[in-house]
Unconditional design. Structure first.
Length: 273
């Protein structure tokens, strides 16, 4: 049977394919949650009655995000046959073996190798180090803290922080005794359907690094998510950022896979079929 590609709203088909590797696909699984899925468009490739690849376009941020999973042949088919329905440009998260098949239709820029780390919350190290007396205790952040979070995120140019993410209820931070916000840990996705959370926007002011603030905020956040009933936590870190990986390993996170993150631009014409 010839492989075919189609747009789908059958989220259970998508879920079953993604559950083959829930850590690698955690962001896509999270986007199945009703909180996020209204901003999603899904494409599946199938062969001999079996789904083999999925491509997601998420439009819930300031720019579209394209995510992929499955066989390179299936991703190539979706890309080539559904190109006119895909974004002209946006962010992209894809696995290295998908790059070649997508280069027939897209150009890629500022691609970097990322590590996906994950942990079952039953394995989480639940010790939360307290900030020193130079700082206030960790506390939950809300919309009134938006300006301070945006200012702090400027020290992390690749931050994907958007104010609506605060509605998750899972952003936590540390302020100095003078009131300056100097460390934050939050989430990209919290799925209460599949009990998965993706941690992110973890940043500490350069003048306050090396004092355990990121470890403390991330540990506090991870514990709060576990207490809420999340079963699986994931996060992303640049491959060369060994210091950050060590922070997360202290909490029990382990490297699971690598993927490429960057920007894509669609070519003017669809590739030949």
């Amino acid at each position: 049977m010839t492989m075919q590609a189609e747009q789908t709203k059958d989220l259970e088909r998508v879920r079953q394919l993604l559950l083959n590797d829930p850590i690698a696909t955690a962001y896509m699984l999270g986007d199945l949650d009703p909180t996020y899925n209204a901003a999603c468009t899904w494409w599946l490739a199938h062969e001999d009655g079996r789904d083999v690849a999925v491509l997601l376009v998420y439009n819930g941020l300031s720019a579209p995000v394209v995510l992929t999973h499955g066989s390179p042949e299936g991703i190539g088919l979706i890309t080539s046959t559904k190109l006119e329905e895909l974004p002209w440009r946006g962010h992209v998260h894809l696995f290295p073996d998908h790059l070649e098949v997508m280069q027939t239709a897209f150009t890629f820029d500022r691609m970097r190798l990322m590590v996906r780390m994950g942990i079952a919350t039953t394995d989480l190290v639940r010790v939360v180090p307290a900030p020193s007396h130079d700082y206030h205790p960790i506390r939950r952040l809300g919309h009134r803290d938006t300006g301070d979070i945006v200012a702090l995120s400027a020290f992390y140019p690749d931050s994907f922080f958007e104010p609506h993410q605060l509605s998750s209820g899972h952003y936590y931070g540390v302020r100095t005794q003078a009131g300056e916000l100097v460390s934050v840990a939050g989430v990209h996705i919290v799925s209460r359907v599949d009990r998965i959370a993706a941690l992110g926007n973890i940043v500490t002011h350069p003048d306050h690094r090396g004092r355990g603030l990121s470890t403390a905020c991330t540990a506090f956040l991870a514990g709060a998510l576990a207490d809420e009933g999340m079963h699986l936590l994931v996060l992303n870190v640049q491959r060369e950022n060994a210091d950050a990986r060590r922070v997360y390993e202290k909490l029990g996170f382990r490297e699971h896979c690598t993927y490429l993150e960057g920007f894509l631009s669609r070519t003017l014409e669809a590739p030949p079929r």
